[in-house]
Design a protein around this ligand. Structure first.
Ligand code: GLT
Ligand code: MN
Ligand code: MN
Length: 412
């Protein structure tokens, strides 16, 4: 095989990207409420056992590239863009001005802001640590993020309390820690009400995001279900302002059926924001791009969301793989992720309107002819053949995923 000089490699990648087909133009991609996180595009490939493989990239560059690709919304942590020491200072407001300019130039809007409460050493004991100074600082950081959100025109704030927990047992009292955590959220909601009123804007939608493990050994709010219980625990002053940002992989990580987890959040009216990615059950947070591991499950998830009128953001919270080129992050990783999502979303529409699935579903709901109401045998007999339709529906979903419902088949 002939070696490919580094100077020729982009051409190969570009040619093969084209050969794949199935790419949507930027204006079509912009029709979907898809947001690109600053931290996803700026991820340098580092991990516990991994040094960075890619050079740092500025928010100007990320926002510009998102605009070119057709990702119409952008999300960020406070410290993705503002150094910790500059938070709350004049420098913060100067940076925010630069962000506003970059967003306007790229035709991209800021959808969501989130507070980093896990990276800096001040969070060694988490945002609801025993130390009152740490907790006051956490509350201030949350309030400052709310300010940033309003300044940038965001509608959502996300909280991922991954450092709310412990590594060793017995020293941290769970009920107390959760009370302290609620205090920080209460401070954020109070500040939001005030700022929103001053600015004549609606308050933000405050969304909790669960993850079952990492970085703490034991997490106090490990699942979306735990967070729903927390919202309804009576600890929050404004439970109506607080909802959820489930992440697909974070539910899979603890062994859940993501679609069932999302259904429970939908029933409680708290599905406000959704982090989309993929990965494996009972493994760590690999954050693979949407649909690369579980496309069939993803199709089913989107059927649920489409049929319940979910209209919040789809946030591309994944990590472009540990490649060595920022060019590839924007030329391959983001466009393919967005296009797979759109295809899956459109397929979900096909599923909802598919005549086979519709008729099968209706037949199941119609049930068999009336039998003796208390006669188990007679009821089972009256419904005898209908249950075959479950597997038939599952088969049809796979056919739709493969495009077979449009006549595609292999001839041997
Ligand atoms: C961190 C986490 C993500 C969350 C981010 C929001 S932080 O990257 O792994 O799942 O969505 O704070
Ligand atoms: Mn996430
Ligand atoms: Mn994740």
């Amino acid at each position: 095989m002939k070696p490919i000089p580094a100077s020729e490699q982009r051409k190969v990648v570009e040619r093969l990207m084209k050969a794949c087909g199935g790419a949507y133009p930027p204006e079509v991609r912009r029709r979907y409420f898809i947001s690109g996180p600053q931290w996803a595009a700026a991820y340098e490939g580092q991990a516990l056992f991994h040094a960075p493989t890619r050079a740092p990239v500025s928010f100007e560059e990320v926002i510009r590239r998102y605009g070119e690709i057709g990702i119409g919304w952008w999300s960020t942590h406070d410290t993705d863009v503002i150094p910790t020491r500059a938070l709350g200072t004049d420098e913060q407001w100067e940076i925010l001005e630069r962000i506003r300019k970059a967003l306007a130039e790229a035709g991209v809007a800021c959808s969501m802001v989130t507070t980093e409460t896990f990276f800096h050493r001040v969070w060694a004991a988490g945002p609801a640590a025993e130390s009152p100074q740490v907790r006051d600082y956490a509350a201030w950081r949350l309030k400052n993020t709310v300010k940033i959100g309003h300044e940038l025109g965001a509608s959502y704030a996300v909280y991922w309390p991954g450092s709310l927990g412990y590594l060793v047992q017995g020293a941290v009292e769970e009920t107390q820690t959760l009370r302290w955590y609620a205090e920080a959220l209460n401070a954020a909601c109070r500040a939001d009400i005030e700022i929103a009123a001053k600015r004549g804007r609606p308050t933000l939608k405050h969304c909790l995001e669960a993850k079952p493990f990492e970085p703490q050994g034991e997490i106090l709010l490990p699942t979306s279900d735990a967070m729903l219980a927390f919202i309804d625990s009576g600890l929050l002053e404004h439970p109506e302002m607080v909802g959820l940002n489930p992440e697909y992989l974070h539910e899979l990580m603890w062994g859940a059926a993501p679609r069932a987890a999302l259904a429970r959040v939908l029933l409680r009216g708290k599905l406000w924001h959704f982090d989309i990615n993929d990965g494996y059950r009972l493994k760590h947070d690999v954050d693979i791009a949407v649909g690369l591991v579980n496309p069939l499950d993803w199709l089913n998830v989107l059927v649920l969301l489409r049929s319940h009128g979910y209209n919040g953001p789809f946030n591309l919270d994944y990590k472009p793989p540990r490649t060595t080129s920022n060019w590839g992050v924007f030329a391959v990783s983001f466009p393919t992720a967005v296009d797979r999502f759109i295809t899956l979303w459109e397929m979900a529409g096909d599923v909802i309107s598919d005549p086979v699935i519709q008729e099968a579903t209706e037949a199941l709901k119609a049930g068999g002819e009336p039998a003796g109401a208390l006669d188990a045998e007679a009821i089972a007999e009256a419904n005898k053949e209908l249950l075959n339709l479950h597997e038939l529906i599952a088969h049809r979903l796979v056919q739709i995923l493969w495009g077979q419902h449009r006549g595609r088949h292999y001839v041997l």
